[in-house]
Design a binder for this molecule. Structure first.
Ligand code: ADP
Ligand code: F6P
Length: 459
């Protein structure tokens, strides 16, 4: 059997807690088969100190191989091109993109460095699976060094429509780099449609059949592979001591109240200010929720050295303070805002104690929190998922209450409906949602992608 080599910017010990869909999903996908996980060590070395140092360690059946990055490389590659250009553009936020011409060189340098460090670790029958927007040109760099193994790529973010992508200076080079892969996977059908239109209209590719494109003397296969969670693993986590304790404590504390929950990285794509405004509107328009409905919003610090992230934090703190100041009382605060990562073992307990989950991103590749919330519910008395129609998950989770997060009034109405939903309807919706996340879980995702990668001939 071939060895699986996973490459991603962020590498996490699969046995430890992580915030972020990629680290959680890859940890789960890799620990079932074992293999090599290669990426950035998380260390940025000071100017003048040697960079590119490789660290290899075992974590159960997975070998972790990670590389240190130099200060300037990290700034241009991670903060600059990946999170200052590609992240905002892929999330349709041209207004937040910083097209500094210096970034792209750093992005290329780090992709080349990764290829040089990875190449000697590869075996001839390895299957290589590269993840996310940080590493789009990695296969092209590996191919230039003679790498013949199969290489697949999966994009965890959304992919914007062609004319938005076309605003990236040098987008032709970036998208052409996709043709060095044997297979490209996207989160949703909407993303797949955008890629197909981009390739035909901007790259002059010929559509050779369903998900097959020809250009630059190569063929590219692409399809949607919506990522899932380890449903049974998450349910099991919910039976653990920490989760049970968390649920019991919250249930006791909020026995006479209705709990709503949001768990996110603090990212502008997650629609947190819009969510707080919708919650405020709920309290204004449906005053019976005052002294009762309480939103626990956990927002893990993320990419704080990128400007737009500091702005969103300040905005959120202002909104939260105003809502608590205007509506709070001696014995009740409408919002409990926690700027921290909650221990993963406690997350299912937090979800289980909450009557409603607010998962309302402005744009999201998939959103695993939505699926985790469903898995954590008691099927006999489940809570209700309020989900943005702009999350990739909305293509699958059609039994959630789907909302447009930009529409504050309509979102407030959906929250009110969720809080009042009768038990029969909650059960019916939850049953269907649970069935869906079980059918398309993280194991299905991994197997489906890897079998598609091994099926097709080389590009
Ligand atoms: P993204 O990949 O953009 O961060 P996802 O919803 O797909 O978003 O995945 C987030 C993952 O990280 C989930 O597994 C979620 O439980 C976890 N997570 C996110 N925020 C927190 C937090 N504040 N505390 C603990 N876990 C978190
Ligand atoms: O899932 C989207 C994603 O950008 C991953 O690629 C990333 O690992 C995660 O969110 C957390 O972001 P970061 O690695 O920048 O902390």
């Amino acid at each position: 059997m071939s060895r699986l080599v996973v490459v991603s910017n962020r590498v996490a010990d699969p046995r430890r807690v992580a915030a972020g869909g990629l680290a959680v999903a890859l940890g789960e996908a890799l620990s079932s088969s074992g293999g090599l996980w290669f990426g950035w060590s998380g260390t940025v070395v000071e100017r003048g100190a040697p960079d590119g140092q490789l660290h290899v360690q075992r974590a159960g059946n997975v070998t972790l191989a990670t590389v240190d990055l130099g200060h300037d490389d990290h700034a241009a590659y991670y903060r600059g091109y990946a999170n200052g250009v590609l992240w905002p553009v892929f999330h349709y936020r041209l207004d937040l993109a910083n097209f500094d011409p210096g970034y792209i060189d750093g992005y290329r340098r780090v992709n080349r460095l990764f290829a040089h460090k990875l190449m000697p670790l590869l075996r001839p029958d390895d299957v290589i699976w590269v993840h996310d927007y940080h590493l789009i040109p990695l296969a092209a760099e590996l191919r230039a060094m003679g790498c013949q193994q199969r290489i697949g790529f999966f994009l965890h973010t959304p992919l914007a429509p062609p004319l938005i992508l076309a605003a990236i200076p040098g987008h032709e080079w970036l998208m052409r780099a996709l043709f060095a892969y044997d297979l490209v996977g996207l989160q949703s059908q909407a993303d797949m449609n955008h890629l197909a239109r981009y390739l035909v209209t901007e790259a002059g590719a010929e559509q050779l059949g369903e998900g097959r494109f020809g250009a630059f003397n190569r063929q590219l296969r692409a399809a949607a592979f919506p990522i899932g969670i380890d449903v049974d693993g998450f349910i099991e986590l919910g039976r653990g001591k920490e989760a049970t304790e968390t649920r019991a404590n919250l249930r006791e504390q909020y026995a006479r109240r209705q709990l709503l929950v949001g768990v996110d990285r603090l990212d502008y794509s997650k629609g947190l200010p819009q969510r707080f405004r919708a919650f405020r509107t709920l309290l204004e328009r449906y005053p019976e929720n005052r002294h009762s409905a309480t939103l626990i919003q956990v927002a893990a610090p993320s990419r704080e050295d990128v400007d737009a992230y500091g702005d969103i934090r300040r905005e959120l703190e202002g909104l939260c303070g105003a809502i608590n100041g205007d509506f709070g009382d001696l014995d009740w605060m409408p919002i409990r805002y926690i700027h921290r990562t909650v221990a993963r073992k406690r997350v299912p307990g937090l979800f289980a104690a909450s009557r409603v989950a607010l998962v309302t991103p402005l744009r999201d590749g998939m959103n695993l929190v939505a699926k985790e919330y469903i898995a954590a519910q008691d099927p006999a008395d489940p809570g209700v998922l309020v989900l943005s129609r702009f999350a990739g998950a909305a293509e699958q989770l059609t039994e959630a209450l789907l909302v447009n997060p930009y529409d504050t009034q309509a979102t407030a109405e959906a929250i009110e409906r969720a809080l009042r939903m009768p038990l029969d309807e909650r059960r019916l919706r939850h049953g269907r949602l649970l069935e869906e996340i079980r059918r398309h879980d993280v194991h299905w995702w991994r197997e489906r992608f890897l079998s598609a990668l091994s099926e097709g001939g080389p590009g």
